[in-house]
Ligand binder design. Sequence first.
Ligand code: ADP
Ligand code: MG
Length: 295
Amino acid sequence: MRAVVEERKKKRDLDARPLPKPDHTRIMTVANQKGGVGKTTTTVNVAAALALAGLRVLVVDLDPQGNASTALGIPHHAEITSIYDVLVDGTPLEEIVQPCPDIDGLLCAPATIDLAGSEIELVSLVARETRLRKAITAYLENTPERIDYVLIDCPPSLGLLTVNAFVAAEEVFIPIQCEYYALEGLSQLLKNIELIRTHLNPELHVSTILLTMYDARTRLSAQVADEVRGHFPTQTLRGTVPRSVRVSEAPSHGQTVITYDPMSTGALAYREAAAELADRGATAQPDPEEKNPDE
Ligand code: ADP
Ligand code: MG
């Protein structure tokens, strides 16, 4: 009972709290070379939470599975013009971006299964590593309303699709599953990020880490969390996302957990994570267009 009351209060607090706009469009690549660690779930739910708080958010689905497109209710069958056409044929991003039906201010560049072949097709193309960056830059310049966040959902590999995502972004957002071997492969990921910094994108850095599928009953989750916080004290968000059935059910309804079950622990945890992420990226200087809350 007490938990329910606490959750209601948490939701009321979140509802009452507008999130600050960043001073420039934050482009974040959600990456972890392990599969099934919560990259897609984190991308769509953080994006939904930011959009519901009044920000404009573009999700770029860069995984041939198209799970992010599915979770946002965006059609992505084989005939749809998609991020594949953007990367391989140079189709402008604005031609493929679709609005999410349930959430105002949330947009998605869908992925279709064609994308699976693009890893190979890209190899022989000019400027193969910078194609996504060019497409996003042109889109941000042409779009009439400013986009506050671009979140790129990566496949679980370090091929050319992920390289394109790293070149396009300024920030890397790593979800870490609180399970055995959580940190395995992380040093490889960090090495790759370092290589991209040196050769292709000096701006790139790991700005954010989110602990997901946290099980408060196990010591293992607490141990993994401690270890991650020890390595990445400033990057790791304070809030964690619990393992919750509602989170895993939502995509089969073409929804994020934030709209599917707004009162669930998963929805609240993702909204808190999004709020923390937005607060951290807020400008030190107040935006002159925003009203000063003290006035
Ligand atoms: P990735 O994109 O890294 O492969 P996903 O986001 O697709 O990982 O998550 C892998 C699986 O775990 C999916 O079935 C998803 O629904 C489930 N899942 C993710 N986060 C949670 C959570 N907090 N609680 C329960 N299930 C989750
Ligand atoms: Mg995924």
